[in-house]
Design a protein around this ligand. Sequence first.
Ligand SMILES: Nc1ncnc2c1ncn2[C@@H]1O[C@H](COP(=O)(O)OP(=O)(O)O)[C@@H](O)[C@H]1O
Ligand SMILES: [Mg+2]
Length: 305
Amino acid sequence: MTAIATDAGVLALEAAPAQGRALAPATTDTPDRRLAQAADCAARPVLALSDIALTFGGVAALRDIDLAVAPGEICAVIGPNGAGKSSLLNVISGLYRPDRGQVWLGERAFAQVPTAELAAHGVARTFQNLAIFKGLSVFDNVLMGLAHRVRAGFLRQIIGSPLARRIEAENRAAAEDVIGFLHLGDVRERSAGSLPYGLQKRVELARALVARPTLLLLDEPFAGVTLSEKLELSEHVRNARDLYGATIVLIEHDIGVVMGLSDRIAVLDNGSKIADGTPDEVKADQAVIDAYLGVAHQDVTELAV
Ligand SMILES: Nc1ncnc2c1ncn2[C@@H]1O[C@H](COP(=O)(O)OP(=O)(O)O)[C@@H](O)[C@H]1O
Ligand SMILES: [Mg+2]
């Protein structure tokens, strides 16, 4: 399985520079060529990792990781504590610079993704340790997800102008939209910190979704919530893909909860990717059973959604 996914990643990476053909003069742009380009485009991963390695002191957090995530895919990365899941997400979002390897966001490759430009590249994320402003209302938390759109200095200059009013109206409409979408309307004026933990996680998801990211990175969105909240949140994650068109990389400790949600599951163990395939393939993979599933068996049967 690993080989299949790795091949897909490598193929996709090799195909990416060829996208330059889209700039060819119009005279060479035959219908066949346009069809071929459209097919290339459909196959191009939203995210690809090639040969990523990361160490902390002597500890290898990630070893030789290849991964390609297709448009519209929900890809779960699972593995036991310390497997390297958060490190992987931190490499994708530029918080960590890998010792080796490249991160491709669409057609662009980075040795280290520039964190400050993440939103501009259509990437949004949530954190393993909830990152919301507890003293702010739900609505204002969601608005914060759009704060990157206009520089504060520019906003100060245009304050009170028709342009400023238009930007604010658009941002508020986008926030209302995602609040409705995630069924947060009843608590929109409540301070986020006063809500049950599962709802706070949902507020964080709303803040990440409001900018309509192409790629949404979720670090353990289901950790610490009750089973019914887990099921609800899974549905919201699925809707984020189906209705908002986001490609999703979901880090999760619990294999059971991702079985019914993910199109593909990559399994990390001790910094290495030991499997990568459909939920059924991963469930039947001997290396996964040996390293992980034996222990997590109960989760699988209880929590499949
Ligand atoms: N900032 C860091 N400094 C030192 N070691 C780290 C750091 N981040 C992660 N690690 C180490 O890298 C390994 C993988 O950790 P992590 O990516 O957090 O795993 P997971 O999210 O799968 O539980 C662990 O051994 C962890 O101690
Ligand atoms: Mg983690």
